[in-house]
Ligand binder design. Structure first.
Ligand code: SAM
Length: 302
């Protein structure tokens, strides 16, 4: 990390020899993610309902090792966590040892797609539970279904559980003059800047995190009910089963100006899907870390 900094920056001794990528991963999103306590509780509650002393948990994406430690603390006999990032894998190993789980949690530093069933067999048979938190600002934005379906098919034992098992992507029509004020220009009469509005990007899906604001801190009105546009069954769906595109019509149910479509998601777990973790701004109002880590997606509308 020190080598990446110009000499007039003060780099604390503890950071000097650390990999730049690791410091970035920790500071950019890891702290916020780990401090999303309802997120951690969602996983703890879901795992508590499934883990027995016979459980062999396979996690995709160990990060700090947090969810694997939760799984082990709930009594799983064996946890194997796969982590692609070499530096995070080393940190996870240290944290797991420091917490006294070195004998029950093992880290494999690979992409999950490169791990073979034979490699897992040395830890005692086939996994009985597949655990992952590789969700993005968009539900499948970080290829969650791709990796979960692959591991489920090749690595998970027959009848194994998947956590979280289900999720849904939502779209909501919103009016927000606050959002309009940072994505278009409208000044009082005098100087016309209207031509500038012909440059507005209504193509890209932009994340609130990139703009640097919390949706719940902007004034906005939902002009239509939140609408599911994609339902995912992580325990059964395959990648590429949709031959073509699917279209959902969003119809405003109250008068106003639609400035954007807001994208948010929910994932479900537990009996009758009673556990829910969501990214809608009404669900994240009291959860600053979740808003800063996942936030929501915005597609501007002309
Ligand atoms: C969102 S973090 C979650 C970390 C930790 N499980 C937690 O919940 O606190 C996801 C981690 O998964 C890793 N990852 C994502 N996809 C992966 C894959 N297919 N194989 C291995 N690691 C993966 C990333 O490098 C990242 O460290």
């Amino acid at each position: 990390f020190g080598d990446n900094m110009e000499s007039h920056f003060v780099v604390p001794r503890r950071l000097r020899d650390k990999p730049y990528e690791l410091i970035e991963a920790a500071n950019d999103w890891h702290y916020a993610m780990m401090n999303d306590l309802p997120r951690n509780e969602f996983y703890r509650s879901a795992l508590r309902q499934l883990i027995t002393p016979e459980s062999f948990v396979l996690e995709i994406g160990a990060g700090s090792g947090l969810l694997s430690i939760i799984a082990a603390s709930l009594g799983a006999r064996r946890v194997v966590a796969i982590e692609a990032n070499m530096h995070l894998a080393n940190v996870a190993r240290q944290i797991i040892h420091a917490n006294g789980y070195g004998d029950r949690i093992h880290i494999i530093n690979k992409m999950s797609t490169d791990v073979s069933p034979e490699e897992l067999a040395q830890y005692g048979g086939r996994p009985t539970l597949l655990l992952s938190e590789i969700l993005g600002t968009l539900l499948l934005g970080e290829s969650a279904l791709h990796y979960v379906a692959d591991a489920r098919r090749r690595l998970l034992g027959p009848g194994g559980a998947v956590v979280p098992p289900r999720g849904a992507q939502f779209a909501t029509l919103v009016e927000s003059f606050d959002i309009a004020s940072i994505t278009s220009v409208k000044l009082p009469p005098g100087i016309s800047l209207d031509y500038f509005n012909s440059l507005q990007d209504t193509t890209s899906m932009v994340f609130t995190k990139q703009y640097g604001f919390r949706f719940s801190s902007a004034a906005y009105t939902e002009l239509a009910p939140r609408t599911p546009v994609l339902a995912i069954d992580f325990s059964a769906d395959e990648v590429g089963v949709w031959g073509g595109e699917s279209r959902t019509t969003l119809r405003a149910t109250r008068a106003g100006t639609v400035h954007a479509v807001m994208a948010s998601w929910e994932v479900y777990a537990g009996e009758a899907d009673a556990l829910c973790m969501a990214t809608h701004p009404d669900a994240t109002l009291g959860n600053f870390p979740r808003d800063m880590q996942w936030g929501q997606g915005l597609q501007l509308i002309e």
